[in-house]
Design a protein around this ligand. Structure first.
Ligand SMILES: Cc1ncc(COP(=O)(O)O)c(C=O)c1O
Length: 453
């Protein structure tokens, strides 16, 4: 019988994360201080993050040890299985083998705990008592709420208002784990009050929620900010996914031709792909594809530029593909993919031609997600559906070209708390949405005059 699940025993879990900065053929442009235009130093970030995470953010070491207390928590659900989607393959009727890492098995239901647990741990050992964060779909907020509870930290989450209203169950999960969840924009911060004064009905955006969470963290003692994607240390923690996948493939003597992930801020995609990009840098033939929404087409239609990570311009200037920091995306259902920028590491790899980007309309992604649910059974998160749409597109291409292909993708989370989105799709209420060019041109005015990477 051919194997459908490849599992690792607890003792086979990787003991180190992988830092791609050590292998980049060309170094990345540094983040800049907006006031001086000079690269930011660790001291500039100290009010926002604990120094042990800042060290990881700037580290050039190839391998970074995973602390024992983090491994202990990972073992609650990791190593996650590498599964073969045979039923979905049959439906697609194309010459493809489809493997996926099931990150939906974590207690919070997505890949997000891989970094939430690490970040809560490093803050705790640095002496921090309380974390603030933002969340889009609620996946990140619930993961950090759980991680904070595990390490005895208080947690406050600013949740993008449109998702807060569409997804009450994520808020309840955060409350179960003991965190406070506030719809953003809110009247709790100066940044939130300014947005509400100008747009009382603002649906919110990740950029606004980040501004609120950073302000909330830096204005209190023993409090820090935590980000669920984009930054180097977050992508680093997620490499556990790709490292496990490599060990699992080795066990069955397979190597993928294509590696796919959906990309919001870039963390699950990078976490899955970076160990394979390392192989690619060293000569291996492998394609690496990031799938984003057509309504928030950061990598496929935005410029590579220096921009702020948030609306209130409180972060350093990051070198990334961006739609402009004041971009407010349409309220599509993949809340976790509605970020105006893309992780600097992923952006750098796209620019260097090591990673490809593709955009999918939300209708196409739900179509793919429902096909998946009707064959493999599990119901994917709306974000994950973008990766599945990319798998469908790869399978179609393989069929047209008559070429066999082995695909790996990251099943980044389950959609059991996103059923309203499926209901909207099944009852014909979802509409296709392509971002108009004028909207991109308008948003890009916000970064005119910034330094160029
Ligand atoms: C299930 C799931 N997949 C993907 C994403 C996108 O985030 P990232 O690009 O950082 O992996 C999110 C974000 O909330 C998510 O919840």
């Amino acid at each position: 019988m051919e194997q459908t699940k490849v599992v690792l025993a607890d003792h086979e879990i990787p003991r180190q994360w992988y830092n791609i900065q050590a292998d980049l053929p060309k170094p990345m442009s540094p983040p800049l201080h907006p006031g001086t235009g000079k690269p930011v130093g660790p001291g500039d970030l100290a009010p926002v993050f604990p120094m042990n995470l800042i060290e990881q953010e700037v580290s050039q070491e190839r391998w970074i040890d995973i602390p024992g207390e983090v491994l202990e928590k990972y073992l609650i659900w990791r190593p996650s299985p590498l599964c073969r989607a045979r039923n979905f393959e049959k439906l697609l009727d194309a010459p493809v083998k489809i493997y996926y890492k099931n990150e939906g098995l974590s207690p919070a239901g997505s890949h997000k705990p891989n970094t939430a647990i690490a970040q809560a741990y490093y803050n705790k050992v640095f002496g921090i008592k309380r974390l603030s964060t933002e969340t889009g779909a609620g996946q990140w907020g619930s993961a950090l709420a759980m991680a904070c509870r595990m390490f005895g930290l208080e947690c406050r989450v600013f949740m993008v208002r449109v998702s807060y209203e569409q997804k009450p169950y994520r808020r309840i999960m955060m409350n179960i784990w003991g965190a406070e969840c506030i719809p953003s924009p809110s009247d709790r911060t100066e940044a939130g009050r300014q947005v509400l004064a100008a747009h009382p009905d603002s649906p919110g955006s990740l950029g606004i929620a980040i501004s609120e969470a950073v302000e909330d963290a830096v204005s209190r003692e023993n409090s820090r900010y935590s980000l669920g994607s984009v930054l180097n240390h977050v992508l680093l923690h997620q490499t556990i996914i790709g490292l496990e996948a490599q060990k699992q493939f080795e066990k069955i003597g397979v190597y993928p031709d294509v590696v796919i992930g959906c990309a919001g801020g870039g963390s699950n995609f990078a976490g899955t792909a970076l160990p394979f990009v390392r192989d690619k840098i060293h000569g291996k033939q492998v394609r690496v594809v990031g799938a984003e929404p057509a309504s928030c087409p950061t990598m496929t239609r935005g410029p590579f530029a220096y921009d702020f990570g948030d609306l209130a311009m409180k972060t350093p200037l990051l070198p990334m593909y961006t739609l402009g920091h004041d971009f407010v995306p349409a309220p599509i259902h993949a809340g976790g993919l509605r970020y105006h920028g893309m992780a600097p590491i992923v952006s750098h790899l796209v620019r260097e031609g090591l990673v490809e980007a593709k955009a999918y309309d939300q209708i196409e992604t739900f179509e793919a997600g429902v096909k998946w649910a009707r064959t493999e059974g599990s119901i994917p998160a709306p974000e994950t559906n973008h990766a599945i749409a990319a798998v469908v597109a790869e399978a179609r291409r393989a069929k047209e070209e008559g070429k066999e292909r082995t695909i790996l993708f990251n099943w980044s989370g389950h959609g059991l708390v996103d059923l309203a989105a499926y209901d909207a799709y099944l009852t014909g209420k979802l509409i296709p949405y392509q971002l108009p060019d004028e909207e991109i041109q308008r948003a890009l005015k916000a970064i005119e005059g910034f330094p160029k990477p």
